[in-house]
Design a protein around this ligand. Structure first.
Ligand SMILES: NC(=O)c1ccc[n+]([C@@H]2O[C@H](COP(=O)([O-])OP(=O)(O)OC[C@H]3O[C@@H](n4cnc5c(N)ncnc54)[C@H](OP(=O)(O)O)[C@@H]3O)[C@@H](O)[C@H]2O)c1
Length: 267
C-alpha cells in the first residue's frame, strides 16, 4: 500500500487551519502543524501537533508556510538551517514575498510559491503557483496534487502571482463586501436576518454556478437577466451612471499596488 505523504503546516491561523482541516479529510495526507501560539489547534483531531518548527521540518516531506508576510524574515533567520539540513519541499503561501527572497536564506532548497484563497476551507480555492529556482518537476506535481484537492490550480510565471493576489487572493473579501451591502438592503426591505443571509448567499452561489457552467461571457449573462425595460435594467443603469466599474477598478488596482509594495520590501 502507498504510504501517506506527511505534510507540515507552519502557522495554524485562518489559512493554515482551513487548509489543514480540508486536507486531513483526504486519506492520502498525514497532517502535522506548528503554531507559535500554543492555544491554536488545541483539540484538533487526526492531525499531529509539533512543539517547534524544527520538529516539524524534520518529520515531514512537505512544509507549507502559512504565516503572515511580516513574520517570514524572522522565521527564515531562525529556521533556514533546518531546511538546509532536512531538505523538505517548502511551499510558501505568503502574499508578495518572492522565491528569490526565500532562496537568499534557503540556498538551494526546493520551493514552490502558491497564492490560494480562503475558499480553501470548502475545497473551492483558486490557487496560482510558480516554481522556485531549485524545485523539480516532481515538486510541482506534488504541489498541484495538494492544492487541486482543495480547488482549482493554475501554473503561471512568478510575475503573475501578485496580480492573482489582487483578483483571487483578495477576491473573497470583495465579494463579501458586496454581499454585505445587498444583505443590509434586504434587511431594510423588511426581510428577517436569517432569510436575508440565505437570500444573498444563494443568489451569489446560484449566479456563480451558472456562470461557471456556461461558456457565455459575463456581458451576455448580464443581458440574459436584464430584459429591456425591466427591473434589472433599471438597477444596471444606475450602476453605469455612477460608474461602479471604475470604482472596482481603482479598488483592485490598490490591492495590486499593495502586493507590489510588500514584494518591494522583501527582495
Ligand atoms: N487570509 C487570506 O485570505 C489569504 C489568502 C491568500 C494567502 N494568504 C497568506 O496566507 C498567510 C497566512 O495568512 P492568515 O490570514 O492565515 O494569517 P493568520 O490568521 O495571522 O495566521 C498566521 C498564524 O501563524 C502564526 N505565526 C506567526 N509567526 C509564526 C512562527 N514563526 N511560527 C509559527 N507560527 C507563527 C500566527 O500567530 P500569531 O497570531 O500569534 O502571530 C498565526 O496563528 C499570509 O502570508 C497571507 O499572505 C492569506
Amino acid at each position: 500500500m502507498k504510504k501517506n505523504i506527511k505534510i507540515g503546516i507552519i502557522g495554524w491561523g485562518n489559512m493554515g487551519s482551513s487548509l489543514g482541516l480540508a486536507l486531513q479529510e483526504e486519506k492520502k495526507w498525514q497532517i502535522y502543524f506548528y503554531d507559535k501560539d500554543k492555544k491554536k489547534g488545541r483539540g484538533v483531531k487526526y492531525s499531529h501537533i509539533c512543539k517547534n518548527a524544527k520538529e516539524l521540518i524534520e518529520k515531514v516531506e512537505v512544509v507549507i508556510l502559512a504565516i503572515k508576510p511580516q513574520d517570514i524574515r524572522g522565521f527564515l533567520q531562525g529556521n533556514s538551517e533546518y531546511f538546509n539540513e532536512f531538505k523538505p519541499l517548502l511551499i510558501t503561501i505568503a502574499a508578495g514575498i518572492s522565491t528569490t527572497f526565500f532562496q537568499k536564506y534557503l540556498k538551494d532548497a526546493r520551493m514552490i510559491r502558491v497564492m490560494p484563497n480562503l475558499a480553501i476551507g470548502v475545497k473551492q480555492s483558486v490557487s496560482f503557483l510558480c516554481k522556485g529556482k531549485f524545485a523539480k518537476d516532481s515538486d510541482l506535481k506534488m504541489t498541484k496534487k495538494i492544492f487541486s484537492s482543495v480547488g482549482e490550480v493554475f501554473q503561471v510565471k512568478e510575475s503573475f502571482l501578485d496580480k492573482a493576489t489582487s483578483i483571487t487572493g483578495s477576491g473573497p473579501g470583495y465579494i463579501y463586501y458586496i454581499m454585505e451591502c445587498v444583505y443590509k438592503l434586504a434587511l431594510k426591505l423588511g426581510f428577517a436576518k436569517e432569510t436575508a443571509k440565505r437570500m444573498v448567499t444563494s443568489t451569489f452561489l446560484g449566479a456563480a454556478k451558472l456562470a461557471k457552467q456556461s461558456r457565455k461571457d459575463f456581458e451576455v449573462l448580464v443581458k440574459e437577466v436584464a430584459s429591456s425595460g425591466g427591473t434589472t435594467e433599471a438597477a444596471l443603469n444606475v450602476f453605469k451612471e455612477k460608474n461602479i466599474a471604475e470604482i472596482i477598478e481603482e479598488g483592485v488596482a490598490a490591492a495590486y499596488k499593495k502586493a507590489k509594495e510588500i514584494a518591494g520590501s522583501y527582495h
